[in-house]
Write a protein that binds this ligand. Structure first.
Ligand code: NAD
Length: 479
């Protein structure tokens, strides 16, 4: 599978002539070759978007809705192609790939629904003879930068809502998953997106980032990825006073209080921690258990982890497949060694071969250990003990991150207390930390990000709000 860049409605080679081979994570064989975008391509893509922005911004909502609904139908029809690329390029298990391929259809339909709801408000006013209201206008050219782990959903969500709001959009997919990004380009082209409105530009972040972000026509950068890169992008945007939204990393707590339904909590926590080998921003990787349940929970949870099927991606019931790169394993290994040397107990796992990391559970972890704070982005869970709900909350909030959190309890007062006081953008009571819907305000606080994505929240981020008054009677002035 050879793919070129999608710029200005055409498939073109990179100006630099550089290409990259994608090796399949399913069988280790070459899976495809992709053109690698250069700075010159970035400028071309923004120029094409700038040329298309006025006309696209003026399209009727029903026209954009029609294109997005067509794209959703094509996405549904091409489910098997999407699953194939998600497995081979992004290392998704069959179950995760099927989920992602289904969810993107849902997201694009939700975005289609927002086209008719881009609206402002009318205001009561003290100004005599005036009518006062606000309206929302598209921003213009929006750049989306997406990560490798859910490449279809995370790139596709930014793309669909940007177009719904009347913006032109350039997607820079992760260099680890360029084919996923380019498949989105093919599908939206087939759905009828006019030339220039959408470009897909695979390439290295360090090479393309500044060229895209620095271009004066780009009005918003919407980034999903690591906190370290997100902060760098935010700094570049700040210098240019450019709008930015950031969906970043997490070290998401799961709190299990003494009255929780233990077996259910074990199951929900295992799903939160191990889906996609733990390579999920919302992964429930830090479990905090109240004293009374601690030993019992550690035993049951590590048994559950040890029983998960680790295997090849071809087998449909594999739960734990490979990590995206083997370097990730070395980084996680160092964190485990640090924790164990400071008194943590390795209950199961801890080993790896190539990029296959065993599902790992470590108990007796304290905030003094690096692994309590650092995102592993692998199938690794730490468990800490709390003597009281108050201490559980302190431990939960003892992190630079604030993306998702879960609390397991049947006590209404505790449910309410924790949902109010956990420092996170999303809290789930008796549910997993890994949850998303197309229309909810998805996002984090602290070092997990800025802004929200999904439904009308995406539309708000991707439009500018303008206050308008219409003076129906002459106003009076003091001089
Ligand atoms: P990453 O930060 O390494 O890369 C993300 C994107 O940034 C890629 O497209 C990459 O090419 C680009 N990039 C790299 N350097 C850049 C630069 N200097 N300028 C512009 N762009 C640059 O992240 P990753 O490894 O692909 O993904 C994993 C991270 O993403 C984890 O930290 C995870 O928690 C986070 N994530 C967050 C969410 C969320 O919604 N909060 C969702 C998924 C992943």
């Amino acid at each position: 599978m050879d793919k070129e860049l999608f710029i200005g409605g055409e498939w073109v080679p990179s100006e630099s002539g550089q290409t990259m081979v994608i090796t399949s994570l399913v069988n280790g064989k070459p899976y495809g070759r992709v053109s690698l975008g250069s700075r010159a391509d970035a400028v071309k893509a923004v120029n094409a978007a700038e040329a298309a922005v006025k006309a696209w911004g003026r399209t009727a909502p029903s026209e954009r809705e029609d294109i997005l609904l067509k794209a959703a139908d094509i996405l549904a029809r091409k489910r098997d192609d999407i699953v194939d690329v998600l497995q081979n390029e992004a290392g998704s298990t069959f179950g995760k790939a099927m989920f992602e391929a289904g969810f993107i259809v849902n997201i694009v339909r939700a975005a289609a629904g927002e086209c008719r709801r881009v609206c402002g408000t009318t205001y009561a006013t003290d100004i005599p003879g005036a009518f006062s209201y606000s309206l929302r206008r598209p921003l213009g050219v929006v750049v989306g930068i997406s990560p490798f782990n859910f490449p279809i959903v995370l790139g596709g969500k930014k793309l669909a809502f940007a177009l719904a709001a009347g913006n032109c959009f350039i997607l820079k997919p992760s260099e680890l998953t360029p084919l996923c990004g380019l498949l989105l380009g093919e599908i939206f082209q087939e759905a009828g997106v006019p030339p220039g409105v959408l470009s897909i530009l695979p390439g290295k972040g360090a090479e393309l980032g500044d060229a895209l972000i620095g271009h004066p026509a780009v009005k918003l950068v919407t980034f999903t990825g690591s906190t370290v890169i997100g902060k760098r992008i935010a700094q570049t945007c700040a210098v240019k006073l450019k709008k930015v939204t950031l969906e970043l990393g997490g070290k998401n707590p799961i709190i299990i209080l003494k009255d929780a339904d233990m077996d259910y909590a074990v199951q929900a926590s295992a799903f939160s921690a191990f889906i996609h080998q733990g390579q999920v921003c919302m992964a429930g990787s830090r479990i905090i258990v109240e004293n009374e349940l601690y030993e019992d929970f550690c035993g049951k949870f590590s048994d559950k982890a040890a029983a998960l099927k680790v295997g090849p991606l071809e087998e449909k019931d594999t739960v734990i497949g490979p990590l995206i790169r083997s370097a990730q394993c070395d980084m996680i290994g160092e964190l485990i060694v640090d924790a164990v040397s400071r008194g943590a107990k390795l209950l199961t796992g801890g080993g790896w071969e190539g990029n296959m990391f065993e599902p790992t559970v470590i108990a007796d972890v304290t905030p003094e250990m690096k692994i309590f704070h650092e995102e592993c982005f692998g199938p690794v869970v730490i468990i800490a003990k709390a003597d009281s709900p108050e201490q559980a909350l302190d431990l939960a909030n003892n992190t630079e991150y604030g993306l998702s959190a879960a609390v397991f309890t049947n006590d209404l007062k505790q449910a309410s207390f924790f949902s109010e006081n956990i420092e996170a953008g999303m809290v789930h009571v008796n549910g997993p930390t890994v949850r998303d819907e197309a229309h909810i305000p998805f996002g984090g606080i602290k070092n997990s990000g800025l802004g929200r994505e999904g439904g009308r929240y995406s539309i708000e981020e991707m439009t500018e709000l303008k206050w308008v008054t219409i003076q129906n009677e002459k106003a009076h002035f003091p001089f």
